[in-house]
Design a protein around this ligand. Sequence first.
Ligand SMILES: Cc1cc2nc3c(=O)[nH]c(=O)nc-3n(C[C@H](O)[C@H](O)[C@H](O)COP(=O)(O)O)c2cc1C
Length: 309
Amino acid sequence: MTSPASVDLSVNVGALRLSNPILAASGTFGYGVEFAHLLDLNRLGGFVVKGLSLEPMAGAPAPRLCETPSGMLNAVGLQNIGVRAFVADKLPALRQYRTAVIANVFGCTVEEYVGVIRILEEAEGLAAYELNISCPNTAHGGIQFGSDPQMVSEVVSAARQAARRPVWVKLSPNVTNIAVIARAAEEAGADALTVANTYQAMAIDVQTRKSRLGRVTGGLSGPAIKPITLRLVYETGRAVKIPVIGLGGIEKGDDVLEYIIAGASAVQVGTANFSQPRACVDILNQLELSCRSNNISVISSLIGSFQAD
Ligand SMILES: Cc1cc2nc3c(=O)[nH]c(=O)nc-3n(C[C@H](O)[C@H](O)[C@H](O)COP(=O)(O)O)c2cc1C
């Protein structure tokens, strides 16, 4: 059998067409512009910028990162320049690229999420919004938005009404039954689901008996989480009809194929950007080679092709 001469890597996430399924993940790729001298941003299917809040945030005390076996912990505390500075200082430079730019949005109340979206709605150059719902809801005693279906429904409906662009909802993996949360987001009008964020975790310095982070706990990411999140992507894909975007521990082309076969229409690459800033392009090249050697000419034909028996 001869390998296909060209591989069609394009995918659709709802109405949004991407040239390939690889996006850089929020919080690991700055505002995109910082990576422009390291790789050709136009080769990416897209990238998701650092989470944006209504006002600038200073973030958590150092140390903010620590390595763990096959992964890392972070407690960055959602440091960001604020949505207005993003629109004024970063977005103009991003408009020259044809890759999809997705704004990751968060708040501590439903009104804050809507406020960020309203400001972004005034600006050109964005392909979609991604709501980070792994945030404490200060109006409801600090419980994470993403762990309660009622709160998910409220924040997603409000965002959906405020936005003319697609709204992706990034789910927390720190839940008992992700299908319940996924359906709540879908029913409230989400256009796609991003699965998933980091896992709450901790690491202790035995000399000081203190946390190895500036905060007691942080979020675990990297290869250590890949098999766990792959299962969540599979379960989410079976629970909803809207597209799923998978991410967690992707480091090579075959990791992308695993997520796609499990049900993801596209993927994101996070922690790998820290060890190799060109990771997204390297993974894209490997993906294309892997498709050729596996005789896959149209990658979208693989989405959700997992064989249960
Ligand atoms: C340092 C760091 C900062 C992050 N910041 C954000 C953020 O602002 N918003 C968000 O939705 N996810 C954020 N994430 C989560 C990642 O986008 C991603 O969901 C997670 O790291 C799992 O993917 P990975 O294993 O490929 O890193 C952050 C992750 C890391 C490591």
